[in-house]
Write a protein that binds this ligand. Structure first.
Ligand code: ATP
Ligand code: MG
Length: 180
C-alpha cells in the first residue's frame, strides 16, 4: 500500500439504483476540465445507441471512449450468443490491462465490469490482478451492479446507488437522453 496516499484511486459505482454509468461520465467531464486523459471501456455490448457514444467525441482527445461491442451495436434484438459476449468481454479486459499501465491515460473507466464479473464473462481474479498491475498514479473506475466483495475491498471509494423510485416500476419505457 506504500505510495498509495498520493497515488491513483479505485472507485466503484454499484447498486440497483440508476446513475452508475452517468456518475462515471460526470467524473470524466470534470476531469477533462483539468486536462486529464481518460479512457472509458464498455464491457457489455448493448444493442441500443447510447448518447455518450456520440457526445464523447466532443471531449476528445482527452476522453477516449471505446465501445468494444461496437460491431454489434445497431442490431435491434440482442441475438448475440454467450460466446460473442465472452469474446467482447475478453477483448475489453485485455484493453483494460494495457490501458491502466501504458501511461497513455490518467483515468480508466471500466463500465459494467462488475456486472460482467457477475455474469461470469470476466474473471474476478484477473480484474484484481489488473488493478494491482496498474501504474500507481492511474485512477480506475468500475461501474455496474453486484460488485464483488473482493472488488469492494480493493477500492478506495465505493458508492452504492439505491433505488428509491424508478419510472420502469410504473411500466415506463427507457427514455432517450435519460436512460440511453
Ligand atoms: P445510467 O446509465 O443511467 O447511469 P446505470 O449505469 O446506473 O444507469 P444500468 O444498470 O447500466 O444503470 O442501466 C442502464 C439504463 O437502463 C439505466 O439508465 C436504467 O435507468 C435503465 N434501466 C435499467 N433497468 C430497466 C428496466 N427494467 N426498464 C427500463 N429501463 C431500465
Ligand atoms: Mg450502467
Amino acid at each position: 500500500m506504500q505510495g498509495r496516499a498520493v497515488g491513483g484511486l479505485v472507485i466503484v459505482y454499484t447498486g440497483g439504483g440508476k446513475g452508475k454509468t452517468t456518475a462515471a461520465l460526470g467524473l470524466a467531464l470534470r476531469a477533462v476540465g483539468h486536462g486529464r486523459r481518460i479512457r472509458m471501456i464498455q464491457f457489455i455490448k448493448g444493442s441500443w445507441h447510447y448518447g455518450e457514444m456520440t457526445s464523447s467525441s466532443r471531449l476528445a482527445p482527452e476522453l477516449d471512449m471505446m465501445a468494444v461491442g461496437r460491431g454489434f451495436v445497431g442490431i435491434l434484438d440482442d441475438t448475440s450468443t454467450p460466446e460473442q459476449h465472452r469474446r467482447v468481454a475478453a477483448e475489453a479486459m485485455s484493453m483494460a490491462r494495457r490501458d491502466v499501465s501504458s501511461g497513455e491515460y490518467d483515468i480508466v473507466i471500466l463500465d459494467e465490469i462488475n456486472y460482467a464479473i457477475k455474469l461470469g464473462l470476466v474473471d474476478e481474479g484477473a480484474v484484481l490482478e489488473m488493478l494491482g498491475s496498474r501504474r500507481e498514479d492511474v485512477d480506475v473506475v468500475l461501474t455496474g451492479n453486484h460488485a464483488r466483495p473482493a472488488v469492494l475491498d480493493a477500492a478506495d471509494l465505493v458508492t452504492e446507488m439505491r433505488e428509491v423510485k424508478h419510472p420502469f416500476r410504473k411500466g415506463m419505457r427507457a427514455k432517450e437522453g435519460i436512460d440511453y
